[in-house]
Design a protein around this ligand. Sequence first.
Ligand SMILES: [Zn+2]
Length: 147
Amino acid sequence: MTDAGRCPECGARRCAELFHALLALDHSRARPWGPLHGVSVACFLLQHPGRLPGDGGAVARAFLRAYLEGGLPAVEELVGRARRANAHRVPGGPARTVEPAPAPPTGGFAVTVEHVAVDGTFPAAGFPERVRAWAAATLEAWAGHGG
Ligand SMILES: [Zn+2]
C-alpha cells in the first residue's frame, strides 16, 4: 500500500470504491445507513467538487447544516420540502433562494469517506457520529475556503 492511490479531491484512498459500498448499504434502507443516505451523498459530493451539480453545492451544504443543527428530523423536513418543491416545479425556474456559491475547497478535509468506512465496511456502531464528523469537517473546509 502506498499513498499513490490517494484521491486528488478528498485525499482518501479508494474513495470511489468506498462510496459505492456505502451506497449499497444506503439502498438496503437498513439503519443506520439508509436514513443518512442524503447526508452521506452530500458529504461525498462536497468533497468532490468536480461532481457537484450546477448549484455549486448549495443544496448539499443545506443538507449538512440541517443535519448538524437538527439531526435526522431536520434532514427529513428538508427532503420533504424539496419533494414538495419538485412537485410544483415551475418549468425553467430554479430554486428561489440563490446562495452565492463559494469556490470549492481542494482537499484539507479532516474527515473523509475513508474515516467513515473504518475498515471498509462502514460499521453500524458509531456510524451516525462518524457521519456527523464527516459533515462538520466538510462544511468547515468549505467555510475556511472563504465561503
Ligand atoms: Zn475522493
